[in-house]
Structures are given as C-alpha cells and as structure tokens.
Design a protein around this ligand. Structure first.
Ligand code: CA
Length: 645
C-alpha cells in the first residue's frame, strides 16, 4: 500500500494535511485535503499522473449537523488492504478478485461532531462513502444535502442522459431512466429538463482517458441520487425531485446512527477497457439476505413486444409458449392485462400447459399504487405487503418462477423501500424479480439473490412505438456496453428477427439494422434473464442460421472483455460462457468498418463467424485464427459480426 501524509505549515500556524491513497498497481491516486481556511474537504484523482478529477468537493449537511464546512481532520487515519474473491451468477463475470486499498479519515465539525470518509481504491475504481457515528442522544439523521461533486478538466467531453421531469410521459410514470443520450457533448452542457443527469455518467478526459461516475449499495436506507447540471465544470450529487412518486415521500434520505450513505463510484482508465470490465458496483456491497432457492437464469419469449396488448389472450400465449418450447427456452413472460383478458382461473390452466411443454412462467404486475395513472392490470397487488403476499402465495402455488413489476415512482427513499420489499417478499415465495419503468439497479445483483433485471433504458419497446428509435438503434446499442449496461444488468427485451415491427411483419416501424446486428445484441446486452423479441412467425420467415444461433446463445457469462470501440460509433466485446467465447461487434456508423482486433483469448484454430454479406444478408463462415496474428473483422454499417469458439 502506498500511503503518504504530506504535512506542511502555512503561515506558521494553520496546518493543511494532504492524504494520498493509491490503487494496488500504483496508477490510480486519490489525494484528500481539507484546507484550514474553509474546512471543506475535497479530493483530486489522477491516473498515471494525469488529472482525471480536479479538486472535487466532499461533504454532507444533515439535520443533526453540518459536515460540509468548518471541518478539521481529527487525527484518525486508518488504512488496510482488501484482497477478496467472490462469485456471481448474474453479472458480466462469474468470479471477481477484488483488490483495493482502503483509507478511512475522520473529521470533526465546529460542534465537535464526527464524520468518517471511507475511500476504497482499486486499480481502476474508486468507491467512497460517508459514515456518521452515533453520538449523544441523536439516533437518526435526515440528509438535507450532499456537497459531493466531481470537477472535470476543461478538455473533457460528456456522454450523458438527462433526468426527466417528474410525473410526465406515459400515465405520469417518469422519471424512469428512459431518456436519450448525447455523445461527445461539451462539458457544462445544460440538461434537457434542467434536472441534471442520471447515473451512470461517462466522461472522456480528452486524450488522457475516461471516467465513469455511478453509485452503488442503494437500498431502503437511502434514496437513489443523480448528478446536477454542472456549474464551473462540477457535477454534484442531487437528490430526487419533490414531485416524484406523485409528491409522496420526502426527498431527504434518512438513516439510523451509526449509518452510512451509499457508495459513490469513479471508474478511471486510459482506455475504455476498465469502464467495460468494471465490477465496482458489486465489489463494495454485501448480500442483503440469503436465499434457500436455486434460481435458474435463462431465455424467454414474450408476445407483448411485437404483438402488443391484443396478444394477451389464451390462444396467443399458447403460441408463445410453443415458440419458447421450440427454441429450447426456459421461460415465457405474459405481460400486462393478463388478469383481465385471461383471468387468474384460466391462467392456472395456461401455466399447466406451459409446464407440460417444459416452459416456466413470468407474470407482469404494475407496481402502483398511488403514484401514477397506470390502468394496465394487475395493479394494486405489489404496493402493499398484504396484497403482495396474498398474490405471491397464489404465484408459488401455481409454480410461477418470476414476476416483472412495472411503472415505479422515481428515486425517493420511499420507492427504494418498495423495490426492496418486493424483492424480499418475492424471495420468500421463490420468485425472481424483473423491474421495468424503474430506476437503475445499484449493486442489486449481489445484494438481492432473486433480482434478475431492470429496464432503466430506452428499451426495445421504443422501436415498436417510433421509427426514430429504429433509426437510432445502432447508436444506442454502441453506447450501452460502455455506460448503462456496464454498471448493472439491462432487461432490453430485444433481438428482433421481424423486419417490420408488427404482428404481421408487414407494417408498423421498420428495422434498419441487419439480422447479424440483432444477434450481436444478444451478447452485447447483458441480463441474466433475456426475454427476446422473437415471434412465432420467425420460425419460418427468419433465416434458419439466425434462429439456430438464438437457440444456443447463453445469457450467463463467466468473463467479459473489452476489445475495441468508441461510445456511439462501434463496439467489439467478448464474453465467455464456460469454455466458449462469444465475440460481438456492432457498427453505428454509415461506413463499413475494417477492424484489426486481438482475439488471442480464443486461441488458434477455426471459429464460427456470423457476418453480413454485401447485400447485408447473414452468412455463417469459418474464421481461421492464427497465433500472434490480429484478426480482421469487417462490420457493415448498421450491421454486426459474431464470432463463436
Ligand atoms: Ca418502459
């Protein structure tokens, strides 16, 4: 561990103390200071000597005391090395070796109250949080404000998505992390709604490297936060807006003492590799409960995405169960209105039919409730423990394996409590949980053993609703592996084999990406339960080689490696499932890309390669891999390549 205390005297009396902690390989360095003139703590981050964050403010203000100014180090400085291995079944990698140096510094404010600041610094990741001890009679605090900010060098550009207004959009269900990104935008660009930006947030520090900001470990004991608009190149931690959740619940998170805030995370690299491969959202959190259930990850079909509301009837659901059985998939997801159009009674019959075909069932629910105008049912079943447990009892009795809960009320602590309550109750009944119309997951794969996915993205449905999202599909797909999907699983609900996104494959919006591009997204997008947008018609109207690929594509990964790419332009990454590597490439530019890539992890010999031919039709070819020779991949515009070995 490298830790240095640099002490110097200023004006002969006031003493400033800089404390530095570096990652295990010495390249990432965090310097903490607290100038006596202001008593405002701040940190600076460098990577290989280059400034990634300029002096960035730290601190928080609570109803019990101000920990943002007038602070003095109280002399308590503790350090330790963390070296631990953990396993995960639902993230980008199955075994994580987490190594970091931890620094804990304590400060006291003018009233003599103490705050501890904990930094964990790995080779490319920083996680930090505030801890307040219990002192005196005070047993709990409300956090009125965080002064935590991130100040970027002037040559930084941004890849951000805005926080929306509250109570807008479909049935007043926003914010739900379904806004568009701007790529390579200027620093200090004003956000679309004036409420700043949601996590995760990607920054390019000119030619010096990349920084990804996010947070993790958010549960019922805090709100989810976002970033403010920048002022003087500084993005600050912002709390939810008062109007979220239809005005119900406070915007000021509260916790019992002693207690801590969630972790804020900063991932840093000279290339995008540490951004794509980061595991920091899971490194610093712990499971909230153990489970006695063995949850099975897998693939599913869902009629709603292409056939829409009209397909939520018994006969159409039989067709999608048969499709799942034909594809060898584990699940079928029956989406909104099933209680009205099929009913609980006939649903029992439908579930028995699914089981007879070897297919397990997920059922959809609305989260609401009293916080939006949602009419889709079932509703009022997941928002309170009495109705919820009664419904879950029925679900378990039918052998249902999971639920998809939609349309949450934003980021307040009250809503975080609802997410946790649903997850915790569902685990009692052996149910997995997917969230839609929801917030970003923040470490939840490790925290909740039955959590299997969140939307929190402009997902596949938008391509069905609006041609604009078809036209931007490749751009968005080339952003997610670097931003949204790198910090948490993403239930995108994609892989369309339809050219036209309606039931007859003859109307509605038009897909502009190639079939191989679609196959590539099954690997580029990571979620441990993938509900694919295939239709029964695709068994005969889609290329057989594509459907055969989709029969065997895995959804759980042992390893993920960044190979090449630039956010919004193109991406090449590799994921390993057991002994098989899947390399996926996608091109959002309007020109063919000839990429010389290092696929040495595949070893030498023959690999299967799915690629677009000149007419943009899918072809399956053999790729010869030679030791020590880079591989040339030609990726067509709006197209893709998949290599399997
Ligand atoms: Ca949605």
């Amino acid at each position: 561990m490298v830790l240095s205390l640099l002490v110097w005297a200023a004006m002969g009396h006031a003493v400033a103390q800089d404390t530095t902690v570096t990652g295990p390989d010495g390249k990432l360095e965090v310097t903490l200071c607290c100038p006596p003139s202001t008593g405002c703590p701040a940190c600076t981050v460098t990577y290989e000597g280059k400034v990634m964050l300029e002096s960035s403010p730290l601190g928080l203000v609570t109803d019990a005391g101000d920990f943002s100014q007038g602070l003095k180090p109280d002399g308590e400085v503790r350090t330790r090395s963390i070296d631990t291995v953990y396993t995960q079944s639902r993230i980008k990698t199955s075994t994580v070796h987490y190594k970091a140096n931890e620094l804990v510094c304590a400060y006291v404010n003018a009233k003599g109250q103490k705050m501890r600041l904990t930094f964990r610094v790995g080779n490319n990741d920083i996680a930090f949080r505030y801890t307040l001890p219990k002192s005196g009679e005070t047993g709990s605090v409300r956090v009125l404000q965080e002064t935590t900010g991130f100040r970027f060098p002037a040559h930084t550009t941004t890849f951000l998505t805005p926080q929306s207004d509250p109570m807008i959009g479909w049935k007043r269900t926003k914010p739900s992390y379904e806004e568009e990104y701007k790529a390579d935008a200027p620093l200090d660009d004003k956000s679309q709604y004036g409420h700043g930006y949601t996590f995760p947030a990607l920054y390019r520090i000119g030619g010096d490297g990349w920084v990804l900001l996010s947070e993790t470990g958010v549960d019922s004991r805090y709100c989810a936060s976002h970033l403010s608009d920048a002022e003087d190149r500084t993005y600050r931690i912002a709390f939810p807006m008062p109007g979220e959740n239809n005005g119900n619940g406070t915007v000021e998170p509260a916790f019992a003492l002693p207690g801590s805030t969630p972790w804020r995370t900063v991932t840093v690299g000279s290339t995008l590799k540490p951004i794509v491969e980061t595991t920091v959202p899971w490194d610093v959190v712990e499971p909230r409960y153990d489970t006695r259930h063995a949850y099975r990850m897998g693939r599913g079909t869902w009629s709603w995405i292409v056939w829409q509301d009209g397909s939520i009837n018994y006969d159409d659901q039989v067709k999608y169960i048969d499709l799942a059985a034909d594809m060898g998939y584990e699940y079928v997801l029956v989406d909104n209105w099933w209680d009205a159009n099929i009913g609980h009674g006939r649903m029992e019959q439908l579930i028995r039919y699914a089981h007879s075909r070897g297919v397990d069932v997920f059922l959809w629910y609305s989260s609401s409730g009293y916080w939006n105008d949602i009419e889709q049912s079932p509703k009022n079943r997941m928002d309170n423990p009495i109705a919820r447990k009664r419904e879950m009892h029925w679900l378990r009795a039918q052998g249902v394996k999971g639920i998809k809960v939609d349309f949450f009320g934003g980021d307040k602590q009250e809503t975080m409590r609802l997410y946790e309550a649903i997850l915790s109750d569902a685990d009692d009944y052996g149910l997995m949980v997917i969230f839609h119309g929801c917030t970003l997951p923040r470490g939840w794969e490790r925290m909740y053993p039955n959590y299997v996915g969140s939307e929190a993205v402009l997902a596949s449905e938008n391509m069905v609703f609006n041609q604009h999202f078809c036209d931007n599909e490749a751009f968005n797909a080339c952003l997610h592996p670097f931003i949204r999907n790198t910090v948490g699983c993403m239930e995108f609900g994609g892989v369309f084999m339809n050219k036209r996104l309606n039931k007859g494959n003859d109307g509605g919006t038009t897909r502009v990406t190639t079939d191989v591009f679609q196959l590539a997204t099954s690997i580029l997008f990571q979620n441990p339960i993938q509900n694919f947008a295939l239709t029964p018609g695709n068994l005969t109207d889609a290329p057989k080689l594509c459907m055969d690929f989709m029969r065997q594509v895995p959804v759980t990964w042992d390893e993920t490696r960044f190979i090449d790419g630039y956010p919004g332009k193109y991406v090449v990454l590799a994921r390993r499932h057991a002994d098989t590597w899947y390399v996926a490439a996608a091109n959002a530019t309007d020109r063919p890309l000839k990429l010389e890539v290092d696929l040495s992890m595949l070893g030498e010999g023959q690999a299967a390669m799915y690629a677009d031919n000149k007419r943009l039709q899918p072809e399956l070819k053999t790729l010869e891999l030679e030791e020590g020779v880079r591989t040339t991949l030609t990726v067509m515009p709006q197209g893709g390549v998949v290599v399997v070995k």
